[in-house]
Design a protein around this ligand. Structure first.
Ligand SMILES: [Fe+2]
Ligand SMILES: [Fe+2]
Length: 207
């Protein structure tokens, strides 16, 4: 079979759906490469800053890596703004949707709501923005993680003179994360908080 024969889903046969499922499984193996390609395309987006969106993403991931953060955090930092191209008004939710099946719940939530937390840095300069938008999340178990994410990695990563690691350095980590079984409970680990900073690991990575 090269193609199914149905023109409406309700007319498909078991053989056809088995054929399509096999195709989809094969296609999902390319997710990491497609995301890395999309990240490079971010280079063309959002001019006006001193670094491109790709530069910002790589710099966020580099800071996470140098903080001793684990792979879930590093990949989440790398991809946290990948929604900028297609979802300018909810880019955080867009990125979180991509990450959700493959990283810890903690990281997904932080990426999903980082837009609200970032506003503390610039909301007061603009009309119609709520600088304290993050307050609606107060009491959430991951609230302080998002404060740290934004302070250490996101808002700090607009520096054209920072010594970024190359995107190729992070590619194997993206591949590893997106090769995980989707929604693996041992990955998602609801409620588990892994610190963003690990001083011991950070010291090793600075050698
Ligand atoms: Fe963002
Ligand atoms: Fe960002």
């Amino acid at each position: 079979m090269e193609k199914v024969t149905f023109t409406q889903m309700k007319d498909g046969t078991r053989e056809e759906y088995e054929f399509l499922t096999a195709h989809e499984i094969e296609y999902t193996k390319g997710t990491a490469d497609r995301l890395l390609k999309a990240l490079v395309e971010l280079d063309e987006s959002l001019s006006g800053y001193q670094v491109t969106r790709l530069g910002h993403s790589v710099q966020s991931a580099t800071r996470a890596w140098r903080d001793g953060a684990d792979i879930d955090w590093v990949v989440s930092a790398l991809l946290h703004d990948i929604g900028d191209i297609y979802a300018p008004y909810n880019h955080d939710e867009y990125a979180a949707t991509i990450l959700k099946p493959f990283v810890r719940e903690q990281c997904t939530w932080v990426v999903q709501t980082h837009g609200d937390f970032q506003m503390v840095y610039y909301g007061h300069h603009l009309n119609g923005f709520d600088q304290n938008k993050r307050d609606r999340h107060r009491g959430h178990p991951y609230f302080e993680d998002n404060v740290a994410f934004c302070e250490r990695w996101d808002q700090a990563s607009f520096d054209p003179d920072y010594d970024d690691l190359p995107i190729g350095f992070f590619a194997p980590m993206v591949h590893e994360v997106f090769a995980r079984p989707a929604y693996d409970p041992e990955v998602i680990r609801p409620g588990v908080r892994v610190p963003l900073v690990d001083e011991t690991v950070a010291a090793e990575r600075h050698d």
